[in-house]
Design a protein around this ligand. Sequence first.
Ligand code: KG4
Ligand code: ZN
Length: 338
Amino acid sequence: MLLLAIESSCDETAAAVVRDGREVLSNLIASQTDVHAIYGGVVPELASRRHLEVINPLVEEALMVAGVSKLQLDGVVATRGPGLIGALLVGLSYAKAFAYASNIPLIGVHHIEGHILAIQLEKHVAYPFLAVAVSGGHTHLFRVDGIGQYLLLGRTVDDAAGEAFDKVAKMLGLGYPGGPIIDKLAQQSDDGGIVFPRPLLKKDNLNFSFSGMKTAVLNYLNRLDAEPDKRQVGQISAAFQTAAVDVITQKALRAAKGEGLNRIVVAGGVACNSGLRRRFAELADANGLEIYFPAPILCADNAAMLTVAGDHYLQQGYRSSLALNAVSSWPLEQAGVF
Ligand code: KG4
Ligand code: ZN
């Protein structure tokens, strides 16, 4: 089954062509970072406008790179939610029009479902596994028993991990998005003995709180006599990253043990973080667990990731109605209900 996939939930317009939910023929991402960087964060209205400008040429290019004509496609997959509603509507409306004009089925997929199944495009990971979804909008732990079978084990009670990385970067006067910049600085610096708190780590649940960690960085900066110099910025970045990585990995490990799962899949933009990858690899090794990270292009927002679930649901005979609406919030446990 040859599928066109479209993702536009936030600040990347993405289009992909994938065969059988496995073979990626093209996976293109038009980033809007330049549009939003001067504002230090995503401006929803500007995101929608940029999606509108680039979506048609991007889809044409995805088909061209894949060497596939519209007539060969068997279906269209698009992100239905969660995300910025105006941004989602551009991709979903385009997908609906495309499906109608081509007389092929449409399937709306959950964005996080896309992230946590992206690894299946690279290697087959057997079910069940623990999914650690860490992105700019989400920080969730799920038990995954199969496609469409997700049990929420824990989640952030405030900011998402990526959001905290971005906010700390902003406090430190670094650019946007801050996650990759903090990661780079942390690789080049020690933590200077700075220790930030690990909120909820000792609590007997699997939830996270990144807002407190971010506030601890702000309080630390407020206590300094002057603006931090380059060396201090590196140390604060390293100390923050260590604290964030510590909380994510410890809670994930606890969740895996509690559920008796020996496979962990880490997904979403923050899964690109080098410290997180290293620490997870060490812990997995020490605890006899298998750990999986998708390649960076499949961690960040992309369209190919949607086709694992999309292909599965279409094969099962499910179709989304052309009256399908985008949703800004949508619990993953309800994904797969069309
Ligand atoms: O999954 P994603 O591309 O979009 C959302 O669905 O949110 O994730 C974007 C988030 C941003 O907050 C970005 O700063 C963060 O992922 N991120 C990173 C790294 N690369 C991206 N955070 C930490 N370290 C990185 N290397
Ligand atoms: Zn995402």
